[in-house]
Structures are given as C-alpha cells and as structure tokens.
Design a protein around this ligand. Structure first.
Ligand SMILES: Cc1cc2nc3c(=O)[nH]c(=O)nc-3n(C[C@H](O)[C@H](O)[C@H](O)COP(=O)(O)OP(=O)(O)OC[C@H]3O[C@@H](n4cnc5c(N)ncnc54)[C@H](O)[C@@H]3O)c2cc1C
Length: 420
C-alpha cells in the first residue's frame, strides 16, 4: 500500500470531553481540523468508563450559576433533544450541582455534536509518535489496522488524558504529584435488577461494607462510594472498586482490571445479601475500562495552584472557568472535598494550557499544567470542555497567524458561546 499521509491545520489527539471541545473550537475558527480517538466512540471517561455525571458545568453556589458554555452547551443541547438533559441537578445529600447522563445517549449526542461541525473525525486510530523540529511538532505518527500513517499540521492539541502527545514530542511532563503518587483508579459498576423503591442511602452501603470487611471479606476496598439511580431506568451506578494503578503501564492495568472485576462481584454479592431491593440485582456492566483519574501532567507556561482554585482567583488571561470543588480520591478511602471560596469559580489562564518548549502545542482536560490540589478540581468533565474549547481556539489562531494573542482568543471564545 502506498504511504498514507494527511495534512491539516490543527490536529487534536484524544476525543474525550476536552478533545471534542478543542476540535470543534478550532474548526469553528475555520481551520481544517482532525480529531483522533483510539476508542470506537467519543467521550473518554464518560462513555468508556461510565462516569455518567458531568461535574463542573455549574458552580456550587445558590442560585446556581453556569460557568461552562460553548461546545459543552452544544452537547447539553443535543442531550436535551434526546430527552436526557433538562437542567442541572443539585444533590440533596452533598449540595453539589451535576448533570446526570445516560451512556448511549451521550455517545450519540457526542457523534451529533461532532457531525454538526466541520471537524474530520477518526475513531479507532491511535497516535504513536511525533516528529519535532525548530521547537514545534511537524507531524505525528498514527496507527490503525492498515498500519502506520503520518499527519502533518500547523498546530496540535494534546487532549489524550495521559499526555501521550506531549510525552512523545519530548515535552516535560510530571507523573502524578511531586512524589509520583496518583489518584485512585475506579471500576464503575452498573447494577440492574434493583427494585424501583430500593433506598439508596449511602449509609446503608457503608455499614454493609464495613461489617463485611470486619467479617473478613477479602475483596472489598472502599466503604463510602457513590451510589446513584441512572435517569430513565432503575439501574444503579456504583463506584466502589478502587485500585492503585499506573494507567500508563499495561501490566499494572491488567492486574487492576482483573482485581477490580473480582471486587465488583464481591460488592454485588454483598449488596444482594444485605441491601433491601438488591435481592435480584445483577451486574449489567463494569467499565468498559477501569476509570483512570490521573497519570501525566504537562508542564505549562504557568502552573495553576491550589490557592488559585480555592480562593476563586480571577486572571487577566482567563480562558476557562473551574467551578467544581477540590475532590481527592486515594485508593480505598472516602473522597476528600474542599470548596472553592463562596462556592463560586476560578479562572484557568491560557498559560496553563500552553505546553512549555513547543511553540505549536496546547494541552487540555485532566493533563493541564496544575499542582495536585488544582488538578483535583480542574480535572472534571465540565471544566475539560472549557479548557478543551480554549486550547482548540488558541491552536487555531496559531495555525492561522503563527501567533496567539489572549485578547483575541477570549473574544473568539465569547463569540462561540463560552464563558470567560
Ligand atoms: C472513576 C472516575 C470517576 C470520575 N467522576 C467524575 C464525575 O462524576 N464527573 C466528572 O465531571 N468527572 C469525573 N471524573 C473525572 C473525569 O472523568 C476526567 O478527568 C475527564 O474525563 C477528563 O477528560 P479528558 O478529555 O481530559 O480525558 P479522557 O476522558 O481520559 O479522554 C481522553 C481520550 O483520549 C484518548 N486517547 C488517549 N491516548 C490516545 C492516543 N495516543 N491516540 C488516540 N486517542 C487517545 C482516549 O481513548 C480518551 O478517549 C472521574 C474520573 C474517574 C476515573
């Protein structure tokens, strides 16, 4: 077969929430944009790990304030047309404001949102290499079942969740926190056959798990997990099966997937035995993949700090808003929360999305340049839409003009419906 070679203005690597927003943002500027995703659908964690709640679209204060619009809003509108989204949901237990989702509707709404734009999508395609010259990425190497092929572009966005493109291009990256520790991975369980009137009070589950652990049940980790009823069905989503996992390493991932599945069956059997309404419950799905919260972080021209996030700091070059509390997950223990001042929001500056040392590379989503505390807030999917959108517009401006001016990026984001 003759060598396959493609040419675009902007290439976005990773079609999770950040990557979809980046690609649509760049294409809306008028740049020929390619979006590359290794899975058979877009969404990243939302579709591939059943993380079926968008956090970060809204700040937590009362009255509720929306802090992310733009491409994220386009997706919410498409979810609305499918009857899934009719507005935010404030949890009566935690007070947090979220968007409840359905996996298949989200896959389809993401397809629709991408197809409504001028983005060229490539699913089932993995980026495996990058060629760098004169402080910029010149082309990347991709793989599908026909073999390797190359894509040239003027600007790139790394929205791979694991900073694959940045690492392949030799940019400086950090694994986890300063000591290489990462947040826990979790295999999400979808449980069917639950009675419609079953009480999902978390304390019931916590008590059941604690007692089972005390009785010597070996395969349970977390006792305080999220349990929620999915919209449009009686199915229940449960997040308990935590693993300390290196999401970059296939050996570690293999061990974690198998161990987390064993945990899931142990949780299911326990719930069947002791939680009223779960007598006929069954596992309708795990994953598909274990959810990886954290691996590599890019080093940007600015590193967003925990103080910036917690104090609700506003920045002159703010291009995205973070409205979710700091939420830290350590393997097997309950999540720790810290609220943003006044339950409001903070700004994420464009400098935190600009990869240091490579003129034509921006990053978005959970890999943006931030310390462990800021990461614990900015990683959520609503915020990933916002950082993705901004990174895409910045990359498009670079592709068009070879320079990026933050005032123009902010103006374009506003024109595209984003909140800055
Ligand atoms: C268990 C768990 C629970 C969570 N709970 C919530 C929650 O309730 N609400 C919330 O908003 N957030 C939650 N989060 C956080 C959130 O899901 C992630 O931080 C968010 O998905 C980050 O978005 P992203 O687009 O940066 O990355 P991802 O969603 O990870 O997407 C990255 C995409 O890039 C693709 N990719 C990677 N490498 C390559 C490559 N080399 N070539 C091609 N494609 C590639 C991947 O296949 C993937 O689709 C949770 C995370 C986990 C793991």
């Amino acid at each position: 077969m003759s060598e396959r070679r493609l040419q675009f203005d902007v290439v976005v690597v990773g079609g999770g929430t950040a990557g979809v927003a980046a690609a649509i943002g760049a294409a809306t500027v008028g740049m020929r944009t390619l979006l590359i995703e290794k899975n058979p659908y877009f969404g990243g964690a939302v579709t591939h790990s059943s993380v079926l709640t968008f956090c970060g679209f809204f700040a937590q204060q009362e009255p509720i304030e929306q802090v992310v619009g733009g491409v994220g809003q386009q997706l919410l509108d498409n979810l609305g047309k499918l009857g899934i989204y009719a507005g935010p949901y404030r949890s009566p237990r935690t007070g947090n404001v979220i968007v409840l989702l359905d996996a298949e509707a989200t896959k389809y709404a993401l397809d629709k949102t991408v197809q409504d734009s001028d983005v060229t999508p490539r699913l089932h395609c993995q980026v495996i290499g990058a060629s760098v010259a004169q402080n910029g990425i010149r082309e990347i190497e991709c793989y599908d079942h026909n073999g390797r092929f190359r894509v040239e572009a003027k600007a790139f966005v790394d929205a791979s969740g694991e900073a694959d493109l940045s690492a392949l291009a030799g940019a400086e990256v950090r694994f986890g926190d300063d000591e290489g520790r990462v947040q826990a991975g979790t295999l999400v369980m979808r449980i069917g056959g639950v009675a419609a009137d079953a009480d999902l009070n978390r304390n019931l589950f916590t008590k059941a798990v604690l007692e089972a652990k005390r009785d010597g049940e070996p395969y349970l980790t977390k006792q305080k997990g999220m349990v929620l009823r999915l919209p449009g069905s009686n199915d229940v989503l449960a997040m308990f099966a935590d693993e300390a996992v290196d999401g970059l390493d296939s050996a570690s991932l293999t061990e974690a997937e198998m161990s987390a599945r064993r945990q899931s069956w142990a949780y299911l059997n326990l719930f069947r035995r002791v939680i009223p309404g779960f007598e006929h419950a069954f596992l309708s799905q795990t994953g598909p993949s274990i959810g990886i919260r954290e691996t590599r972080h890019v080093l940007g021209e600015y590193t967003l700090r925990g103080e910036d996030a917690l104090s609700g700091a506003k920045q002159e070059d703010g291009v995205a808003r973070g409205g979710w509390p700091v939420e830290i997950h350590k393997p097997g223990v309950p999540a720790e929360y810290q609220h943003i001042r006044d339950k409001s929001f903070y700004d994420i500056p464009l400098r935190a999305l600009k990869v240091r040392g490579l003129d034509n590379l921006w990053c978005a989503g959970r890999i943006i340049s931030c310390d462990p505390i800021a990461f614990a807030s900015a990683r959520v999917m609503g915020t990933a839409f916002a950082t993705g959108h901004a990174a895409g517009v910045a990359a498009a401006h670079y592709a068009a003009m070879k320079r990026v001016d933050v005032t123009s990026v902010r103006a374009e984001l506003v024109r595209q419906g984003a909140f800055v």
